[in-house]
Design a protein. Structure first.
Length: 295
């Protein structure tokens, strides 16, 4: 039967299944909507069954459509990976590289530089601090922050950068009450935490210690956390390099506790293969060799 079915029919069906829209699928595939609709119709005709139920309001997959999608998706991905790996025997790196990463200036600069060095690479980048598991599907690489042990997942994790961290507070905050000296005391004072990334709370310390802190100021930005700390809104956990100048000039005080904060780590996650695709491997090597001097 496979000799009677064209690959583009399957690609169109896969995209329509994911988007539940011929129009959105056509935009993603960069094809006319009529072509995508015709591909699905030809596939259904050849299989002699309905894959998608269409009404004027919505589209839903049939049981046969769901089964076909689940069966062909890993096969199409494997075929694409094989073709991209074979293409590496040419003179230049090629392929579509899909990434999620934080919106940080040094990562933006390196991504642009990488594409300049490898002009045959197509880059699609979504800037997210805390992508959900469902969003990760369809991406080759995810760059994400972490502190302490990582949760188990189907992704392979590689460390890219590590920043030692510290707890800081403004002089006006410390003047109102003695600063905390232990993790127990830290749990009773106002702190500035993340809204969603790094699980927000608890704060993680070395020797696998964790503290639930109190917070009325939650943000997903190190810059905003630092600004709030400078205003005396609470204690913040920050990379040392990001606040060293403020510590040196007295705008922030480095608070010494009975445990050191866990380092902030930028991890690269790629899908559960033992080895990354060549395009991912080369990009990771490029980041690893260049990002330290730009941070």
């Amino acid at each position: 039967m496979i000799d009677k079915i064209e690959l583009q029919w399957l690609l169109s069906f896969q995209c329509v299944y994911e988007q539940l829209s011929f129009k959105l699928a056509a935009e993603q595939l960069q094809l006319p909507t009529s072509n995508v609709s015709r591909h699905v119709a030809l596939l259904e005709k050849q299989l002699n069954l309905r894959l998608l139920q269409r009404t004027t309001r919505k589209m839903i997959a049939t049981a046969a459509g769901k089964q076909l999608y689940q069966s062909i998706t890993p096969l199409i991905q494997a075929m694409n990976d094989s073709l991209e790996e074979v293409s590496l025997y040419g003179e230049s790196l090629t392929g579509h590289l899909k990434i999620i990463m934080p919106d940080l200036p040094f990562l933006a600069e390196l991504s642009a530089e990488f594409c300049s060095v490898h002009p045959q690479i197509q880059l699609s980048c979504d800037t997210q601090l805390n992508p959900t598991e469902g969003l990760l599907e369809g991406f080759d690489l995810v760059l994400r922050f972490g502190r302490g042990p990582l949760d188990d997942s189907g992704w392979v994790a590689k460390e890219l950068l590590r920043w030692p961290s510290c707890i800081v507070g403004a002089p006006q905050l410390i003047n109102n009450a003695p600063p905390p000296r232990s993790l127990d005391e830290l749990s009773k004072v106002p702190c500035i935490t993340s809204l969603s990334v790094l699980q927000g709370m608890p704060w993680r310390f070395k020797q696998q210690q964790a503290v639930q802190v109190k917070s009325n100021f939650k943000v997903n930005s190190g810059n905003m956390a630092k600004a709030a700390a400078l205003k005396g809104l609470g204690y913040a956990i920050l990379p040392i390099h990001a606040c060293q100048e403020d510590i040196d000039n007295g705008s922030l005080i480095n608070i010494k506790l009975d445990h050191e904060p866990e380092d902030l780590v930028l991890y690269a996650f790629y899908a559960g293969r033992k080895y990354p695709l060549e395009k991912v491997k080369v990009f990771l090597e490029f980041l690893k060799s260049n990002c330290i001097e730009l941070t």
